[in-house]
Design a protein around this ligand. Structure first.
Ligand SMILES: [Ca+2]
Length: 656
């Protein structure tokens, strides 16, 4: 049964309001209603008519708009039962029926550049599934993400530039997205969707930063930005470690397929952030050998093999949709999270991963919604921040209202092939200064025609319509445009600096153990990170003297007694350390624990061999932690000098 404006008009002319199913309409009404009772997914709305003291016209306007969207939005939604009724004065409640919205499968790959696809004219790589997906999709041909992993993820999840949610980098807690942000998953979950995330999270590990604290009912994968072993990986499911069997991309796909199978009869949001082809460069030997023919370097051969494996796994995900006849009922989005992780074919663009030039930020973005959107190529610039408002409009879910979004809905653009309201927009890119967050880093502004970049305080301007490879800086001959674009990014950086310089304490949950990895700590003295930088797979080493100090900022939710356990390696039985928490100190002599390190099995023989260690656990005692922000610190008290290698601390609330 359908519905239309006539019904709405009829009710409106009598001063009645209409509540109808699907429930997204109910939600829009309740959001606008001056008096309402709203009980989550199974909406119960109590509305007040115009004849009472609370005026209602905004509700009617909103209803009209949202119904129009709903009718446009999907055949499927039009199948839904229209319900209704109304209410004068007495505050009658209506129970909405469950609605029937499109599913969403959002696939994100890691460090796969724009050029790592046969569809993008790469002559070496084989990506038949992704090429076919591109043909069936609206292809956003000028689509931009952040130059590195964690910021792109935060932008995708929030519809906001990543620095607004506190994300300023990829490690050392700069990857942490503020828990208060409203994510895609939270929006879908509150609209009744099953929500699952299968892969690399990279926006904070401890609850409520963990995916389970950010709207995902199901999480299977890992929270850090990097992983050491792609075969038989030790992953987690909803916080519980799981020893897996097989290659990581295959295993993540297994879990995503199972999730779709389990939820095929209800709306689902399935987010699959694969961690390949990010390093380490490990992949099935036969696939690697296929590419390692001497015409390209080993790392590129491994990357192409990893992408081919992704292609096979995307094919499994799409087959699962078609097996359940869900093609027309599922929006499939495929994109990657930054430019290529190395110099290789990328369509002649300047820059790779990490760069604010075109090659660092332009990635493929394919959106398939069979029977609902036209396959086409779109050259209007668009970005990661746009996916949240676009998906919310297609799924008819109200946008978050707490904070403004940076993203724009692409629904009209994709429906009509053009959207004049987007013609003058600018996409901003910022990479904070890794040494001093309060200082300007590097940045870019992309319009439909130009790219402005600022590196080492120098602004350069490129005409992207005639100089796609960015060879000629035209800033001096276009001072007005340069000034105007530069002021846009300067204004943005001013706005976000307080957000990215704010302290990011590790939240200490009172309900479960919390792991404080060494890479989240501040290291002082001679102690450093095993790989030089606090990458997620690294640990602290060279901890030998009493001058060395290791500290974590923490935020304790509930005052109480907490046990602290260290994860370490030490080839001595006399290493003594002291744990400091507030004015308390606990001194411990660590038992000797040696472990021969293992070299990681990377296929790129030119890569520096990476060690892997297994760490021993030992209790450092129980301390009182007060609610609020404080610091946990470790120091040596012995002069023995034997090195301690530290992977982290576990903190667990002790029951009274
Ligand atoms: Ca990445």
């Amino acid at each position: 049964m359908g519905f239309g404006f006539d019904q709405l008009g009829k009710f409106e002319s009598h001063g009645w309001l209409l509540v109808c199913e699907p429930k997204e309409v109910v939600e829009s009404l309740t959001l606008c209603s001056p008096r309402r009772s709203y009980h989550g997914v199974e909406s119960v709305a109590t509305l007040v008519p115009e004849s009472h003291n609370h005026p209602a016209p905004p509700i009617l306007d909103t209803l009209r708009i949202r119904m129009a969207k709903t009718i446009f939005c999907a055949k499927k939604i039009c199948r839904t039962v229209v319900m209704v009724l109304f209410v004068i004065g007495a505050g009658t409640s209506i129970q909405a029926e469950a609605s029937d919205r499109p599913n969403v499968l959002l696939i994100l790959t890691d460090d796969q550049g724009w050029g790592d696809l046969a569809a993008h004219r790469n002559p070496k790589i084989s990506t038949p599934t992704l090429d076919a997906l591109a043909n069936e999709s609206a292809r956003l041909d000028r689509f931009y993400v952040s130059p590195v992993c964690a910021p792109t993820r935060a932008a995708l999840l929030t519809g906001r530039y990543p620095e607004r949610s506190g994300v300023a980098g990829v490690t050392g807690r700069r990857e942490v997205m503020r828990a208060e942000e409203t994510t895609l998953a939270e929006l879908y979950r509150s609209a009744g969707y099953a929500t699952g995330c299968f892969g690399k999270w990279h926006n904070g590990a401890q609850m409520p930063l963990h995916p389970n604290g950010q709207g995902f009912n199901e999480f299977f994968g890992f929270c850090g930005g990097h992983f050491n072993l792609y075969d038989d990986a030790l992953l987690e499911r909803n916080g519980t470690p799981v020893q897996t069997k097989g290659y990581i991309t295959d295993v993540l796909t297994d879990a995503a397929v199972e999730f779709i199978q389990n939820h095929h009869d209800r709306p689902f949001f399935c987010y699959v952030p694969f961690n390949a082809p990010h390093g380490p460069f490990q992949v099935r030997r036969d696939l690697f050998d296929r590419y390692n023919d001497g015409s390209i370097d080993e790392k590129t051969a491994a990357v192409y093999a990893m992408v081919q494996n992704i292609d096979t796994n995307v094919s499994r995900l799409l087959k699962c949709l078609s097996d359940h006849s869900l093609d027309e009922e599922t929006i499939v989005v495929f994109l990657t999270d930054n430019g290529p992780n190395g110099k290789r074919f990328n369509g002649g663009m300047r820059g790779t991963k990490g760069s604010v030039h075109e090659g660092g930020c332009r990635v493929p973005c394919f959106i398939r919604w069979t029977g609902n959107i036209q396959p086409q190529s779109i050259s209007q610039v668009a970005a990661h921040i746009d996916l949240l408002p676009t998906l919310m409009q297609w799924c008819d879910i109200p946008l978050p209202t707490k904070v403004p979004l940076d993203g724009r809905s692409l629904v009209e653009l994709i429906r009509d092939g053009a959207d004049p309201t987007l013609a003058d927009r600018s996409i901003l890119t910022y990479r904070p200064n890794p040494m001093q967050l309060q200082k300007f880093g590097k940045a870019a502004v992309r319009t439909n025609t130009h790219r402005l970049t600022i590196e080492k305080s120098k602004a350069s301007l490129f005409d992207m319509t005639t100089d796609a490879g960015q060879t000629t800086d035209i800033a001096s001959s276009h001072p007005e445009l340069t000034k105007q674009l530069r002021s846009q990014i300067q204004k943005y950086v001013q706005e976000i600096t307080p957000s990215i310089t704010a302290i990011r304490p590790v939240p200490i949950d009172s309900m479960r153990s919390v792991y404080l990895p060494a890479v989240d700590a501040k290291l002082e003295g001679g102690v450093g990170f095993a790989d030089g930088i606090s990458w997620a797979h690294s640990w602290a080493d060279r901890w030998t003297t009493t001058r060395d100090r290791i500290t974590w900022p923490i935020e304790v939710k509930e005052s109480g007694r907490y046990e602290v356990v260290i994860h370490y390696v030490c080839d001595s039985d006399s290493a003594e350390i002291v744990l400091k928490a507030g004015d308390q100190e606990a001194t411990t002599t660590l038992p000797r624990f040696t472990m021969k390190s293992v070299v990681r099995p990377d296929l790129d023989s030119k890569a520096t061999p990476r060690r892997m260690l297994t760490f021993q656990q030992h209790s450092l005692g129980v301390v009182d932690l007060a609610a609020g922000v404080s610091t946990i610190a470790l120091q040596r008290t012995d002069q023995a000098g034997a090195m301690i290698e530290l992977n982290g601390l576990t903190i667990t609330r002790q029951l009274p």
